[in-house]
Design a protein around this ligand. Structure first.
Ligand SMILES: C[S@@+](CC[C@H](N)C(=O)[O-])C[C@H]1O[C@@H](n2cnc3c(N)ncnc32)[C@H](O)[C@@H]1O
Length: 233
């Protein structure tokens, strides 16, 4: 099986991995145990692991065609003792560990068709000559009504201390995630610096600057099972 054959799993990780690097470098972030949610081929997770931002990296992905590709890449890179792969719809797979330090991800960015079919100047974008048609599967880009984001954000405290997602400024804003938070969660950082992506990658993908990265941190006392002081007054 050839990684290049499966472009339906490529949702921007090939260049967004550099944006994650900018973010991790700017804030001097290093973690021990990590996972990539919505991993696809795992381009972001492998890059962060191999550049020493993490000591271990697991991969979580709902699309079964990604799973053998992830296993094959782990084997090829000799990372068997530092990576695991979980076929899972969000956190549904009960084998997923619950002690991550940070989960990263590039989830589906859009919650409806309006955003997906417009570009930065808000023209409607045709796809294959037909407005409304999409040639790529919805799984890669659509999180209708933010159902997936709501589920993941609710479940963060059970699985990780920090969640760090990349999103599109065309499709969302941090205030949307802020409204989904429980009392024990807070948005610790929002990063929207200009991309510093290698020139050959920029020209290949013709990338405008439209992404931002944000992190949600969990109140540590909550993770230790102590009562939230905000609930006691
Ligand atoms: C925007 S693509 C990102 C793929 C890859 N990480 C990258 O950056 O190129 C979103 C990925 O999320 C996966 N996905 C969608 N819904 C999911 C779910 N409920 N649980 C896990 N993964 C999901 C899709 O199959 C797809 O691979």
């Amino acid at each position: 099986m050839n990684v290049k054959d499966f472009d339906s799993l490529e949702g921007g990780g090939a260049w967004l991995k550099y944006y994650f690097e900018q973010y991790f470098t700017k804030y001097n972030l290093k973690y021990s145990k990590g996972a990539e949610m919505c991993a696809g081929k795992g381009l972001i997770g492998f890059y962060l692991l191999e550049n020493n931002f993490f000591e271990t990296m697991d991969f979580i992905e709902v699309n079964p065609i990604a799973i053998p590709i992830l296993h094959e890449t782990i084997k090829k890179k000799g990372l068997e003792d530092r990576c695991n792969v979980y076929l899972s719809d969000g956190f549904d797979n009960p084998d997923i560990p619950t002690d991550y330090d940070c989960i990263v991800g590039n989830p589906p960015w859009y919650n409806n068709e309006v955003y997906f079919h417009s570009n930065e100047t808000h023209y409607f974008v045709e796809d294959n000559g037909e407005i409304g048609a999409r040639t790529s599967p919805e799984l890669g880009y659509m999180d209708r009504d933010w159902t997936f984001h709501k589920r993941i954000i609710k479940e963060i405290p059970k699985y990780t201390k920090t969640l760090t997602f990349v999103e599109s400024t065309f499709a969302s804003a941090p205030v949307i995630w802020e409204r989904m938070l429980d009392a024990n969660q807070r948005i610790s950082r929002v990063f929207n610096d200009k991309h510093n992506i290698p020139a050959h990658t920029i020209s290949k993908f013709n990338i405008p600057h439209f992404s931002y990265i944000f992190s949600i941190d969990i109140d540590e006392s909550f993770r230790r099972g102590e009562p939230n002081p905000k609930d006691q007054s």
